[in-house]
Write a protein that binds this ligand. Structure first.
Ligand SMILES: C[S@@+](CC[C@H](N)C(=O)[O-])C[C@H]1O[C@@H](n2cnc3c(N)ncnc32)[C@H](O)[C@@H]1O
Ligand code: SF4
Length: 395
Protein backbone atom coordinates (compact mmCIF):
# COMPACT_ATOMS: atom_id res chain seq x y z
CA UNK A 1 0.00 0.00 0.00
CA UNK A 2 1.50 3.38 -1.03
CA UNK A 3 2.19 5.51 2.05
CA UNK A 4 0.67 9.01 2.26
CA UNK A 5 3.01 11.83 1.35
CA UNK A 6 0.84 14.70 2.48
CA UNK A 7 -1.67 15.55 5.16
CA UNK A 8 -4.69 17.81 4.84
CA UNK A 9 -6.58 19.14 7.86
CA UNK A 10 -9.99 20.75 7.38
CA UNK A 11 -11.12 23.64 9.60
CA UNK A 12 -14.77 24.17 8.69
CA UNK A 13 -15.81 27.55 10.11
CA UNK A 14 -15.85 30.98 8.44
CA UNK A 15 -16.66 34.55 9.51
CA UNK A 16 -19.28 34.72 6.72
CA UNK A 17 -20.40 32.48 3.89
CA UNK A 18 -19.22 33.97 0.59
CA UNK A 19 -21.82 34.09 -2.17
CA UNK A 20 -19.82 31.91 -4.58
CA UNK A 21 -18.45 29.32 -2.15
CA UNK A 22 -19.45 25.67 -2.17
CA UNK A 23 -16.66 24.48 0.12
CA UNK A 24 -17.51 22.55 3.26
CA UNK A 25 -17.61 25.72 5.37
CA UNK A 26 -20.12 26.95 7.96
CA UNK A 27 -20.75 29.99 10.07
CA UNK A 28 -19.46 29.36 13.57
CA UNK A 29 -22.32 27.79 15.56
CA UNK A 30 -23.56 29.82 18.54
CA UNK A 31 -22.40 27.20 20.96
CA UNK A 32 -19.72 27.46 23.63
CA UNK A 33 -16.61 25.36 22.98
CA UNK A 34 -17.38 24.91 19.25
CA UNK A 35 -13.70 25.43 18.37
CA UNK A 36 -12.36 23.33 21.22
CA UNK A 37 -14.78 20.47 20.53
CA UNK A 38 -13.81 20.35 16.90
CA UNK A 39 -10.08 20.46 17.67
CA UNK A 40 -10.48 17.63 20.20
CA UNK A 41 -12.16 15.56 17.48
CA UNK A 42 -9.32 16.24 15.06
CA UNK A 43 -6.79 15.09 17.66
CA UNK A 44 -8.84 11.97 18.21
CA UNK A 45 -9.02 11.16 14.49
CA UNK A 46 -5.25 11.67 14.11
CA UNK A 47 -4.52 9.44 17.07
CA UNK A 48 -6.83 6.73 15.68
CA UNK A 49 -5.08 6.88 12.29
CA UNK A 50 -1.74 6.55 14.02
CA UNK A 51 -2.89 3.48 15.93
CA UNK A 52 -4.35 1.80 12.86
CA UNK A 53 -1.07 2.42 11.01
CA UNK A 54 -2.42 4.38 8.02
CA UNK A 55 -0.32 7.40 8.91
CA UNK A 56 3.22 6.10 8.83
CA UNK A 57 5.68 8.83 7.88
CA UNK A 58 7.67 10.52 6.70
CA UNK A 59 4.91 12.91 5.68
CA UNK A 60 6.34 15.53 3.36
CA UNK A 61 3.71 18.26 3.49
CA UNK A 62 0.76 19.48 5.45
CA UNK A 63 -2.02 21.89 4.49
CA UNK A 64 -4.52 23.44 6.89
CA UNK A 65 -7.50 24.47 4.78
CA UNK A 66 -11.07 25.40 5.17
CA UNK A 67 -13.15 27.13 5.96
CA UNK A 68 -10.83 29.53 7.71
CA UNK A 69 -8.24 27.81 9.91
CA UNK A 70 -6.99 31.14 11.31
CA UNK A 71 -10.38 31.75 12.97
CA UNK A 72 -9.49 29.01 15.45
CA UNK A 73 -7.41 29.91 18.52
CA UNK A 74 -3.79 29.61 17.43
CA UNK A 75 -2.86 27.18 20.21
CA UNK A 76 -5.38 24.70 18.81
CA UNK A 77 -3.71 24.81 15.38
CA UNK A 78 -0.32 24.36 17.07
CA UNK A 79 -1.63 21.40 19.07
CA UNK A 80 -2.87 19.64 15.93
CA UNK A 81 0.44 20.33 14.20
CA UNK A 82 2.23 18.83 17.22
CA UNK A 83 0.11 15.67 16.95
CA UNK A 84 0.98 15.40 13.26
CA UNK A 85 4.69 15.79 14.02
CA UNK A 86 4.41 12.88 16.44
CA UNK A 87 2.66 10.91 13.73
CA UNK A 88 5.54 11.38 11.29
CA UNK A 89 5.30 14.86 9.76
CA UNK A 90 8.90 15.52 8.67
CA UNK A 91 10.72 18.38 10.47
CA UNK A 92 11.34 20.10 7.12
CA UNK A 93 7.84 19.40 5.72
CA UNK A 94 6.12 22.27 3.92
CA UNK A 95 3.30 23.47 6.21
CA UNK A 96 0.67 25.80 4.71
CA UNK A 97 -2.17 27.55 6.50
CA UNK A 98 -5.08 29.23 4.67
CA UNK A 99 -6.06 32.59 6.08
CA UNK A 100 -8.60 35.35 5.79
CA UNK A 101 -6.88 38.77 5.56
CA UNK A 102 -9.25 40.33 8.07
CA UNK A 103 -8.62 38.09 11.06
CA UNK A 104 -4.84 37.95 11.42
CA UNK A 105 -2.60 39.09 14.27
CA UNK A 106 1.16 39.22 14.15
CA UNK A 107 1.58 37.41 17.50
CA UNK A 108 -0.56 34.47 16.36
CA UNK A 109 1.31 34.31 13.05
CA UNK A 110 4.60 34.35 14.97
CA UNK A 111 3.41 31.38 17.01
CA UNK A 112 2.52 29.51 13.80
CA UNK A 113 5.93 30.31 12.31
CA UNK A 114 7.60 29.01 15.47
CA UNK A 115 5.60 25.77 15.14
CA UNK A 116 6.90 25.30 11.59
CA UNK A 117 4.30 27.01 9.40
CA UNK A 118 6.34 28.31 6.47
CA UNK A 119 3.60 29.24 4.04
CA UNK A 120 0.48 31.38 4.40
CA UNK A 121 -2.24 31.31 1.76
CA UNK A 122 -4.34 34.44 1.99
CA UNK A 123 -7.83 34.66 0.44
CA UNK A 124 -7.54 38.14 -1.10
CA UNK A 125 -9.92 37.59 -4.09
CA UNK A 126 -9.84 41.21 -5.33
CA UNK A 127 -8.55 44.64 -4.25
CA UNK A 128 -11.83 46.44 -4.93
CA UNK A 129 -13.82 47.18 -1.75
CA UNK A 130 -17.23 47.31 -3.49
CA UNK A 131 -16.51 43.99 -5.19
CA UNK A 132 -15.34 42.39 -1.94
CA UNK A 133 -18.60 43.46 -0.34
CA UNK A 134 -20.64 42.20 -3.29
CA UNK A 135 -19.13 38.71 -3.08
CA UNK A 136 -19.74 38.49 0.66
CA UNK A 137 -16.23 38.95 2.04
CA UNK A 138 -15.78 40.55 5.43
CA UNK A 139 -12.31 41.99 4.77
CA UNK A 140 -11.31 45.18 2.98
CA UNK A 141 -8.64 45.65 0.33
CA UNK A 142 -6.35 47.43 2.81
CA UNK A 143 -6.37 44.32 5.07
CA UNK A 144 -4.60 42.32 2.36
CA UNK A 145 -1.38 44.35 2.36
CA UNK A 146 -1.40 44.41 6.16
CA UNK A 147 -1.79 40.62 6.24
CA UNK A 148 1.19 40.12 3.90
CA UNK A 149 3.35 42.49 5.96
CA UNK A 150 2.34 40.74 9.19
CA UNK A 151 3.24 37.34 7.75
CA UNK A 152 6.68 38.64 6.79
CA UNK A 153 7.23 40.26 10.20
CA UNK A 154 6.16 37.05 11.89
CA UNK A 155 8.79 35.11 9.92
CA UNK A 156 6.49 33.31 7.48
CA UNK A 157 8.61 33.54 4.37
CA UNK A 158 6.27 32.22 1.67
CA UNK A 159 2.95 33.89 0.97
CA UNK A 160 0.26 33.05 -1.57
CA UNK A 161 -2.59 35.34 -2.53
CA UNK A 162 -5.83 33.81 -3.86
CA UNK A 163 -7.42 36.04 -6.52
CA UNK A 164 -10.67 35.57 -8.41
CA UNK A 165 -11.80 36.77 -11.80
CA UNK A 166 -15.04 36.58 -13.76
CA UNK A 167 -16.89 37.96 -10.72
CA UNK A 168 -20.22 39.77 -11.17
CA UNK A 169 -19.58 43.36 -12.20
CA UNK A 170 -15.80 42.83 -12.41
CA UNK A 171 -13.92 44.60 -15.21
CA UNK A 172 -10.56 43.99 -16.89
CA UNK A 173 -9.33 47.09 -15.07
CA UNK A 174 -10.29 45.52 -11.68
CA UNK A 175 -8.29 42.41 -12.54
CA UNK A 176 -5.32 44.45 -13.76
CA UNK A 177 -5.40 46.51 -10.55
CA UNK A 178 -5.56 43.38 -8.34
CA UNK A 179 -2.56 41.88 -10.15
CA UNK A 180 -0.61 45.11 -9.84
CA UNK A 181 -1.33 45.33 -6.08
CA UNK A 182 -0.49 41.65 -5.53
CA UNK A 183 2.84 42.03 -7.33
CA UNK A 184 3.65 45.23 -5.45
CA UNK A 185 3.31 43.25 -2.23
CA UNK A 186 6.13 40.99 -3.44
CA UNK A 187 4.36 37.65 -3.00
CA UNK A 188 6.01 34.65 -4.67
CA UNK A 189 2.79 32.76 -5.40
CA UNK A 190 -0.63 33.66 -6.77
CA UNK A 191 -3.63 31.37 -7.23
CA UNK A 192 -6.01 33.00 -9.71
CA UNK A 193 -9.36 31.27 -10.03
CA UNK A 194 -12.02 31.89 -12.65
CA UNK A 195 -15.38 32.01 -10.87
CA UNK A 196 -17.16 28.67 -11.02
CA UNK A 197 -20.88 28.96 -10.56
CA UNK A 198 -21.96 26.33 -8.07
CA UNK A 199 -25.71 25.61 -8.12
CA UNK A 200 -26.04 25.30 -4.32
CA UNK A 201 -24.66 28.77 -3.56
CA UNK A 202 -26.22 32.24 -3.33
CA UNK A 203 -24.58 33.09 -6.67
CA UNK A 204 -25.78 29.85 -8.27
CA UNK A 205 -29.35 30.56 -7.24
CA UNK A 206 -29.19 34.19 -8.37
CA UNK A 207 -27.73 33.17 -11.73
CA UNK A 208 -30.54 30.61 -12.21
CA UNK A 209 -33.06 33.42 -11.69
CA UNK A 210 -31.17 35.59 -14.19
CA UNK A 211 -30.22 38.05 -11.45
CA UNK A 212 -26.44 37.87 -11.65
CA UNK A 213 -24.64 40.21 -14.06
CA UNK A 214 -21.62 38.15 -15.04
CA UNK A 215 -18.88 39.18 -17.49
CA UNK A 216 -19.19 37.50 -20.90
CA UNK A 217 -17.31 34.26 -21.60
CA UNK A 218 -14.95 36.11 -23.96
CA UNK A 219 -14.27 38.72 -21.32
CA UNK A 220 -13.42 35.99 -18.75
CA UNK A 221 -10.99 34.41 -21.24
CA UNK A 222 -9.36 37.81 -21.71
CA UNK A 223 -9.09 38.23 -17.93
CA UNK A 224 -7.38 34.82 -17.76
CA UNK A 225 -4.94 35.86 -20.50
CA UNK A 226 -4.25 39.10 -18.64
CA UNK A 227 -3.48 37.10 -15.47
CA UNK A 228 -1.05 34.85 -17.32
CA UNK A 229 0.69 37.67 -19.21
CA UNK A 230 1.05 39.93 -16.16
CA UNK A 231 2.24 37.28 -13.75
CA UNK A 232 4.65 35.65 -16.25
CA UNK A 233 6.14 39.04 -17.09
CA UNK A 234 6.78 39.50 -13.36
CA UNK A 235 8.56 36.12 -13.06
CA UNK A 236 5.68 34.01 -11.68
CA UNK A 237 5.29 31.12 -14.11
CA UNK A 238 2.08 29.15 -14.56
CA UNK A 239 2.62 25.65 -13.15
CA UNK A 240 -1.04 24.65 -12.93
CA UNK A 241 -4.22 25.91 -14.58
CA UNK A 242 -4.85 28.40 -11.74
CA UNK A 243 -1.46 28.61 -10.03
CA UNK A 244 1.57 30.82 -10.59
CA UNK A 245 4.86 30.83 -8.70
CA UNK A 246 8.36 32.17 -8.72
CA UNK A 247 10.61 29.15 -9.38
CA UNK A 248 11.10 27.42 -6.01
CA UNK A 249 7.90 28.84 -4.50
CA UNK A 250 5.52 26.22 -5.91
CA UNK A 251 3.19 24.57 -3.40
CA UNK A 252 4.84 21.20 -2.76
CA UNK A 253 1.63 19.89 -1.20
CA UNK A 254 -0.48 20.66 -4.26
CA UNK A 255 2.23 19.49 -6.67
CA UNK A 256 2.20 16.10 -4.94
CA UNK A 257 -1.60 15.92 -5.28
CA UNK A 258 -1.36 16.74 -9.01
CA UNK A 259 1.27 14.01 -9.37
CA UNK A 260 -1.28 11.62 -7.91
CA UNK A 261 0.64 11.41 -4.65
CA UNK A 262 -1.12 9.90 -1.64
CA UNK A 263 -2.59 12.04 1.12
CA UNK A 264 -4.47 11.61 4.35
CA UNK A 265 -7.21 14.11 5.19
CA UNK A 266 -8.52 14.83 8.69
CA UNK A 267 -11.66 16.66 9.70
CA UNK A 268 -15.23 17.13 8.53
CA UNK A 269 -15.62 16.30 4.83
CA UNK A 270 -11.87 15.70 4.37
CA UNK A 271 -10.83 13.34 1.57
CA UNK A 272 -8.05 10.75 1.74
CA UNK A 273 -6.26 8.78 -0.95
CA UNK A 274 -4.05 5.88 0.06
CA UNK A 275 -3.11 2.85 -2.02
CA UNK A 276 -5.82 2.97 -4.69
CA UNK A 277 -8.60 3.74 -2.21
CA UNK A 278 -10.23 7.16 -1.88
CA UNK A 279 -12.53 7.92 1.01
CA UNK A 280 -14.19 10.95 2.54
CA UNK A 281 -15.46 11.89 5.97
CA UNK A 282 -18.96 13.03 6.93
CA UNK A 283 -19.36 16.69 5.95
CA UNK A 284 -21.10 18.06 9.04
CA UNK A 285 -18.64 19.14 11.77
CA UNK A 286 -21.23 18.35 14.44
CA UNK A 287 -21.86 14.84 13.14
CA UNK A 288 -18.11 14.35 12.75
CA UNK A 289 -17.52 15.22 16.41
CA UNK A 290 -20.53 13.26 17.64
CA UNK A 291 -19.46 10.12 15.83
CA UNK A 292 -15.92 10.29 17.16
CA UNK A 293 -17.18 10.92 20.69
CA UNK A 294 -19.40 7.83 20.41
CA UNK A 295 -16.48 5.71 19.18
CA UNK A 296 -18.04 5.41 15.71
CA UNK A 297 -16.32 5.75 12.34
CA UNK A 298 -16.46 9.04 10.41
CA UNK A 299 -16.06 7.72 6.86
CA UNK A 300 -19.07 8.67 4.72
CA UNK A 301 -18.06 6.91 1.50
CA UNK A 302 -15.22 5.21 -0.32
CA UNK A 303 -14.15 4.19 -3.78
CA UNK A 304 -11.57 1.83 -5.24
CA UNK A 305 -9.97 3.84 -8.06
CA UNK A 306 -7.46 1.29 -9.35
CA UNK A 307 -9.38 0.95 -12.64
CA UNK A 308 -9.15 4.72 -13.17
CA UNK A 309 -5.48 5.11 -12.23
CA UNK A 310 -3.98 5.86 -15.66
CA UNK A 311 -6.74 8.21 -16.78
CA UNK A 312 -6.61 10.08 -13.47
CA UNK A 313 -2.86 10.43 -13.77
CA UNK A 314 -3.23 12.06 -17.20
CA UNK A 315 -6.09 14.30 -16.07
CA UNK A 316 -4.02 15.60 -13.14
CA UNK A 317 -0.93 16.06 -15.34
CA UNK A 318 -2.98 18.08 -17.83
CA UNK A 319 -3.82 20.47 -15.00
CA UNK A 320 -0.08 21.13 -14.66
CA UNK A 321 0.01 21.80 -18.43
CA UNK A 322 2.76 19.23 -19.05
CA UNK A 323 2.72 15.43 -19.28
CA UNK A 324 5.98 13.77 -18.29
CA UNK A 325 5.70 10.53 -20.26
CA UNK A 326 8.89 9.11 -18.73
CA UNK A 327 7.44 9.42 -15.22
CA UNK A 328 4.28 7.72 -16.48
CA UNK A 329 6.38 4.75 -17.64
CA UNK A 330 8.16 4.57 -14.29
CA UNK A 331 4.93 4.68 -12.29
CA UNK A 332 2.85 2.26 -14.32
CA UNK A 333 5.53 0.00 -15.81
CA UNK A 334 4.05 0.57 -19.29
CA UNK A 335 5.49 2.83 -21.98
CA UNK A 336 3.27 5.87 -22.60
CA UNK A 337 3.01 5.12 -26.30
CA UNK A 338 1.56 1.64 -25.60
CA UNK A 339 -1.22 3.06 -23.45
CA UNK A 340 -2.19 6.26 -25.27
CA UNK A 341 -1.15 5.78 -28.93
CA UNK A 342 -4.35 7.10 -30.56
CA UNK A 343 -5.05 10.07 -28.23
CA UNK A 344 -1.41 11.20 -28.44
CA UNK A 345 -1.44 11.07 -32.23
CA UNK A 346 -4.74 12.98 -32.32
CA UNK A 347 -3.73 15.62 -29.75
CA UNK A 348 -0.39 16.36 -31.47
CA UNK A 349 -1.89 16.41 -34.99
CA UNK A 350 -4.67 18.77 -33.86
CA UNK A 351 -2.23 21.12 -32.14
CA UNK A 352 -3.44 20.52 -28.57
CA UNK A 353 -0.12 19.09 -27.41
CA UNK A 354 3.46 19.23 -28.66
CA UNK A 355 6.49 17.12 -27.83
CA UNK A 356 9.43 18.64 -25.97
CA UNK A 357 11.82 15.72 -25.44
CA UNK A 358 9.89 13.14 -23.41
CA UNK A 359 7.33 15.72 -22.31
CA UNK A 360 4.02 16.67 -23.91
CA UNK A 361 3.19 20.34 -23.47
CA UNK A 362 -0.33 21.83 -23.69
CA UNK A 363 -0.60 24.56 -26.38
CA UNK A 364 -1.02 28.00 -24.82
CA UNK A 365 -4.25 28.88 -26.64
CA UNK A 366 -5.89 25.56 -25.65
CA UNK A 367 -5.50 25.91 -21.90
CA UNK A 368 -9.15 26.83 -21.58
CA UNK A 369 -10.26 23.57 -23.09
CA UNK A 370 -8.39 20.97 -21.10
CA UNK A 371 -11.50 18.89 -20.48
CA UNK A 372 -11.79 18.18 -24.18
CA UNK A 373 -8.27 16.70 -24.29
CA UNK A 374 -8.77 14.91 -20.98
CA UNK A 375 -11.87 13.06 -22.20
CA UNK A 376 -9.98 11.40 -25.05
CA UNK A 377 -7.17 10.28 -22.77
CA UNK A 378 -9.55 9.10 -20.04
CA UNK A 379 -11.38 6.84 -22.50
CA UNK A 380 -8.26 5.38 -24.03
CA UNK A 381 -6.60 5.03 -20.61
CA UNK A 382 -9.52 2.97 -19.27
CA UNK A 383 -9.49 0.71 -22.35
CA UNK A 384 -5.71 0.22 -22.28
CA UNK A 385 -5.71 -0.40 -18.55
CA UNK A 386 -8.20 -3.23 -19.00
CA UNK A 387 -6.16 -4.60 -21.92
CA UNK A 388 -2.76 -4.36 -20.21
CA UNK A 389 -3.55 -5.28 -16.59
CA UNK A 390 -3.18 -9.00 -15.90
CA UNK A 391 -6.32 -10.52 -14.38
CA UNK A 392 -5.77 -10.87 -10.62
CA UNK A 393 -7.62 -14.17 -10.35
CA UNK A 394 -6.36 -15.67 -13.61
CA UNK A 395 -5.43 -19.18 -12.94
C1 LIG B 1 -10.60 26.77 0.27
S1 LIG B 1 -10.95 28.35 -0.36
C2 LIG B 1 -10.56 29.21 1.01
C3 LIG B 1 -9.63 29.96 1.69
C4 LIG B 1 -10.22 30.95 2.71
N1 LIG B 1 -11.35 30.39 3.36
C5 LIG B 1 -10.68 32.22 2.02
O1 LIG B 1 -11.62 32.15 1.26
O2 LIG B 1 -10.08 33.24 2.28
C6 LIG B 1 -9.66 28.63 -1.51
C7 LIG B 1 -9.97 29.59 -2.61
O3 LIG B 1 -10.82 29.03 -3.57
C8 LIG B 1 -11.37 30.07 -4.34
N2 LIG B 1 -12.79 29.76 -4.59
C9 LIG B 1 -13.72 29.36 -3.69
N3 LIG B 1 -14.91 29.15 -4.31
C10 LIG B 1 -14.71 29.39 -5.63
C11 LIG B 1 -15.56 29.36 -6.80
N4 LIG B 1 -16.82 29.02 -6.70
N5 LIG B 1 -15.01 29.66 -7.99
C12 LIG B 1 -13.71 29.99 -8.09
N6 LIG B 1 -12.87 30.06 -7.03
C13 LIG B 1 -13.36 29.77 -5.82
C14 LIG B 1 -11.18 31.37 -3.55
O4 LIG B 1 -10.22 32.15 -4.20
C15 LIG B 1 -10.66 30.86 -2.22
O5 LIG B 1 -9.79 31.76 -1.62
S1 SF4 C 1 -14.07 32.40 3.59
FE1 SF4 C 1 -13.30 30.89 2.08
S2 SF4 C 1 -14.12 28.89 2.70
FE2 SF4 C 1 -15.23 30.49 3.84
S3 SF4 C 1 -17.07 30.83 2.68
FE3 SF4 C 1 -15.57 32.33 1.95
S4 SF4 C 1 -14.45 31.31 0.24
FE4 SF4 C 1 -15.61 29.74 1.35
Amino acid sequence: MAAPVGVYVHWPYCPSKCGYCDFNAYLLPRRPHAYADYTASLLQEISLAERTGDLSGPLQSCAFGGGTPTMFPVEQLVQVLGALRQAGLAPDAEVTVEANPGDLEVAALGRLAEAGVGRLSIGAQTFSDPLLKAIGRVHQASDIGRAVQMAKRAGIRRVNLDLMYGLPGQSQADVAYALQRALALGVGHVSAYALELEPATVFGRRAARGELALPSEQSVIEMGDLVEETLSAAGLYRYEVSNYARPGEESQHNLAVWRRGRYRGFGAGAHSFIGERRWWNVASPLLYSRRLAAGEGVVAGEEDVSALAMGEWVYLSLRTLVIDTERFGQEFGQPWQDVFPASTLWAVAEGWLSWQGQTLVVAKERRWLLNQIAERFLEEGALSQRRLTPCADAG
